[in-house]
Structure formats: structure tokens, C-alpha cells
Design a binder for this molecule. Structure first.
Ligand code: NDP
Length: 485
């Protein structure tokens, strides 16, 4: 018989997705540029289900039922273009090329157009959950044409993670690059989620003297609160790990320079283009950069930059009130980063012509992906029906949660500032929150400055129209027609 789907690119992600498909009863044709990898997969895991071994792309294409479905899981970037280019002449109208890698959404938009010119469907699919998710059920964010989803959707939904209510963590997002865009923002939020946990860790240790082993217990407890999430859970695991060589906590022997593969950076770059204020997400990307981009500067700064602390005393060791304050500050900052990410999705929807259902997107992140958390269920609720809030924080449920969080948040940011503990996301998230709440922002002054040096004009609070002050003349005001009042 023929295979229902083919997978080309059998490194960890491709191999695990192929196995997941086979375990779910699909016949899967396997292809990899280096044939040895295909054989290795068959040797080790051939028993997972029905596989068809192929050596060339032509074999792969010939082994598939029509319309063909080919999942491309090669290295993101130029290799994806190379594989598409090689596939196009071998395929027939209505065949579907699926890119399940971490591709940049603008590449996906371009590739979809190119494939459409050949009568082919190109579906960019965001897949989150790492290797483990790929094998046992990832969160899947498919873009591409709605027609292609009819053929592809049932398979993807079957292999996806399931939420607690049994719903698949997979749903069509919207056309062309929408799936990859949503996956990218997921990763941006993931950066912020990880950074706020890092800030909490730093504060608990340097302000309340709680050592990693004991913090593992704190995070275990937090995981039973509304912070319940995969990242809090694994934080507890990492903090409880002792280094085999030194007997120290593992976290103390790991070099404190964070790496990144680029999706967080893409999120921030895209947000800048959209004019979307994702300050907390941006700070989390920059925090990684500050940790690793210039070690020499960090070294010299430790020796030479004045601390100017306004307090040198922390709190009593393990002070439960402080611990709870930190937990609440973490949660509030997390809410802000989700609000910013979702706001960015709305902006992107307008820019790229997608209609993104935020409740559906939140529902896909409930399981299988790295940011899976109890919070996603609440976000889903907040966006259900027709009364979507203009900003996530303004949903009635979140307003009342914030009531409990804000004083703790302010205390923690103040304490951190006084003691010189960096909290880039806690503090920028709080500034965003206060910026939203502020009745008058200094943006008015900025408009005045812009009008002064560049005649950029301003609007008035008490009159419609556009105005300019003749700064270098008599400083009277004119309207857009150049008339004085
Ligand atoms: P890699 O990104 O390491 O890519 C390796 C695969 O790409 C191999 O199969 C390799 O073939 C193939 N390849 C590279 N260049 C070419 C080329 N020019 N032509 C044909 N094949 C080529 O694999 P991963 O499994 O780690 O990731 C796959 C995708 O999934 C990437 O986009 C990645 O960003 C994304 N992703 C990865 C996650 C992870 O946890 N690793 C999580 C989520 C997404 P060969 O064996 O012949 O060298």
C-alpha cells in the first residue's frame, strides 16, 4: 500500500514526529538526505508502526497516496528552500508540502506563494514541545490554506497533545505564515516566562537567603498554586540537582550566560515592526544578551561600577511573606508578558490579514508546549464569546486577580532596586502596567519636543485637528492649514 504521509528530515524532531504518526496508525514514508539516518530510525524504532523506507525524494513521492502530504523537518533556513525546490518538479497539483520546523513567518509567506504558483499547497506549521512533545504529542499551530487543513487537520489533531478536557492542542490558525507567527510569539512568551522565574530565583536567594535545594521545594509548592505550569515544574527539578563532580547545586556550576536560537529575537523584531509594546518579552531577550554578549564588561563592572545601594539588608532568611510577595510579583509579570504577546497577535492579525482567535490560540497552548500552564485555561475563558477584552489584563477575571498581586509586585521591585538586584522583566512589566493605567503620559511632552525640532505637529485635548507651534517665530499656534487661531 501507499503511505498517508511522508517525512523528510529525520533528525530528532522529524524522527519523533514520524514515530508519533506511525504510533497513531498512519503509514509513514521516511526520507533523509543521509540514508544511514533513515536506516538507523528503522533499526531502532521500526516496530512503532508501518513505515516505508525510501532513499530518494522521487521514491518518497512515489510511495505516497494522493494528494500527497510531505512533512519537511530539515534544518530551518536555506535547507527548507532547497528541499522545496527539489520537491516541486516531482509533485502534482494539490499535493501538500508541510514545513514543521521553526521557520521565520515571512519565509513561510514567500514559500506559500511560490508553491501556489505550481498548484501546490504549502503549510507552515508551528510545532512546540521539543523532542519529547514531537514523540508523545506536541502543541501544533498550522497555517496555510483552509483547504489543505481539511486533508491535514485530522492527522495533526490526532498526533497532537490533548488538553485536560480532551480537546486537541491543534487547530487551524489562519492562512500562510499565521501558524509560524503564532509559534514565534509562543517562544517570545516562553523567554519571558523563563526570565521571570530566573528573577524570582535570584531574589529568593540573594534577598531571602534560600539556597537552591530549598528553593526546589518553594517552586514545588508554587506549582500547586495558580502558577502551575511545566516551566515551574522543571525549575524545581533543575534546582534540586546536585553536581556529581563538586557536590554543589548544579545551578551554581553552570556558566551564567544564556543562549538563544533566535525565535525570541524574531518576536521582538516583529513587534518593533508592528509598533506593539512587548517590553517584558523584549527585556527577557535582552537579559539573555546581557548575560552573554560581553563577559569582559560584566567582569569589569563587577569590580568598578558603584553599587550605590540604598539598603544592604535583605529579609529574614526564608521570610514567608517575602516569598509570597515574590510569587505574586512573578505571576503579575507573567500576566503582563502574556497580555503583551496576545496584543501583538492582534496587531499582526490586522497587519497580515489574519483573523486570529485568541481563545483558540490560548487553548492550543494548554498542553504539549513549553509554556503549558493552568493560566492558559483562564486566558481562554477571558477571550471566549464576543466580549473579548481590549487587553488581556482588562478581562474581569484578571482585574480581580491583579488586585491581590499589585502591592506585592511594587514591594518586590522596590526591594530589588534598593538592594541592586536586577529584575528587568518584573520592573518593565510593572512600568507597562502603570503606563497603561496612567491618566496623563509624558508622551504629551514628547509630542511638544517633536513639534519643536521637526514640526511633527500635535493634537489638542480640547479641539479636533492638527496643530503646530511656530517655535522659531512668535510661538503662536497654527492649524493644519497654517492659519492662526
Ligand atoms: P536540525 O535542525 O538539526 O536539522 C537536521 C536535519 O536537516 C537532518 O535531517 C539533515 O539531513 C537535514 N538537512 C540539513 N540541511 C539539509 C539540506 N540542505 N537538504 C536536505 N536536508 C538537510 O533538526 P531538528 O530535528 O533539531 O529540527 C528540525 C526543525 O524543527 C528545525 O526547524 C528546528 O528549528 C525545529 N524545532 C526543533 C526543536 C528541537 O527541540 N530540536 C523544537 C521545535 C522545533 P542530514 O541527516 O542528511 O544531515
Amino acid at each position: 500500500g501507499k503511505a498517508q504521509i511522508g517525512v523528510t528530515g529525520l533528525a530528532v524532531m522529524g524522527a519523533n514526529l514520524a514515530r508519533n504518526l506511525a504510533r497513531n496508525g498512519y503509514t509513514v514514508a521516511l526520507h533523509n538526505r543521509t540514508i544511514a539516518k533513515t536506516d538507523e530510525l528503522l533499526d531502532k524504532h521500526g516496530g512503532d508502526g508501518d513505515f516505508i523506507r525510501t532513499e530518494t525524494l522521487q521514491d518518497l513521492v512515489d510511495s505516497l497516496e494522493r494528494p500527497r502530504r510531505i512533512l519537511v523537518m530539515v534544518k530551518a533556513g536555506a535547507p527548507v528552500d532547497a528541499v522545496i525546490e527539489n520537491l516541486i518538479p516531482l509533485l502534482d497539483t494539490d499535493d501538500i508540502i508541510i514545513d514543521g520546523g521553526n521557520s521565520y513567518f515571512k519565509d513561510t509567506i514567500r514559500r506559500e506563494k511560490e508553491c501556489a504558483e505550481h498548484g501546490l499547497h504549502f503549510v507552515g506549521v508551528g510545532v512546540s514541545g521539543g523532542e519529547e512533545g514531537a514523540l508523545n504529542g506536541p502543541s501544533i499551530m498550522p497555517g496555510g490554506s483552509k483547504q489543505s487543513y481539511k486533508s491535514l487537520g485530522p492527522m495533526l489533531e490526532k498526533i497532537s497533545a490533548k488538553a485536560d478536557d480532551g480537546a486537541p492542542c491543534c487547530a487551524w490558525i489562519d492562512t500562510d505564515g499565521a501558524g509560524h507567527f503564532v509559534k514565534m510569539v509562543h517562544n517570545g512568551i516562553e523567554y519571558a516566562d523563563m526570565q521571570v522565574i530566573g528573577e524570582a530565583f535570584d531574589l529568593l536567594r540573594s534577598v531571602a537567603g534560600i539556597e537552591p535545594q530549598d528553593q526546589a521545594e518553594v517552586f514545588r509548592t508554587w506549582n500547586t498554586t495558580d502558577l502551575n505550569s511545566y516551566l515551574i515544574e522543571i525549575t524545581s527539578e533543575v534546582l534540586s540537582q546536585t553536581d556529581g563532580k563538586t557536590g554543589k547545586p548544579l545551578v551554581d556550576v553552570i556558566v551564567d550566560q544564556a543562549g538563544q536560537k533566535g525565535t525570541g529575537r524574531w518576536t521582538v523584531q516583529s513587534a518593533l515592526d508592528l509598533g506593539s509594546p512587548v517590553s517584558a518579552i523584549a527585556e527577557s531577550v535582552f537579559a539573555r544578551a546581557l548575560s552573554s554578549s560581553n563577559p569582559e564588561a560584566r567582569e569589569e563592572a563587577q569590580q568598578n561600577l558603584p553599587a550605590g545601594l540604598i539598603s544592604t539588608t535583605g529579609v529574614a532568611q526564608g521570610d514567608p511573606e517575602f516569598v509570597e510577595d515574590v510569587r505574586r510579583a512573578l505571576y503579575a509579570s507573567k500576566l503582563v508578558s502574556y497580555a503583551q504577546g496576545l496584543d501583538m497577535l492582534s496587531a499582526a492579525g490586522e497587519e497580515f490579514g489574519w483573523s486570529l482567535d485568541l481563545d483558540v490560540i490560548a487553548s492550543l497552548w494548554r498542553n504539549g508546549c513549553i509554556i503549558r500552564a493552568e493560566l492558559l485555561g483562564e486566558i481562554m475563558e477571558a477571550y471566549k464569546g464576543d466580549n473579548a477584552p481590549v487587553n488581556m489584563l482588562l478581562a474581569p477575571g484578571f482585574q480581580s486577580i491583579l488586585q491581590d498581586l499589585v502591592p506585592s509586585w511594587r514591594r518586590v521591585v522596590s526591594k530589588a532596586t534598593a538592594l541592586g538586584v536586577p529584575v528587568p522583566v518584573f520592573s518593565s512589566a510593572l512600568s507597562y502596567y502603570d503606563g497603561l493605567r496612567r491618566d496623563r503620559l509624558p508622551a504629551a511632552l514628547i509630542q511638544g519636543q517633536r513639534d519643536f525640532f521637526g514640526a511633527h505637529t500635535y493634537q489638542r485635548v480640547d479641539e479636533d485637528g492638527t496643530f503646530h507651534t511656530l517655535w522659531s517665530e512668535d510661538r503662536s499656534e497654527v492649524n493644519s492649514a497654517g492659519e492662526k487661531a
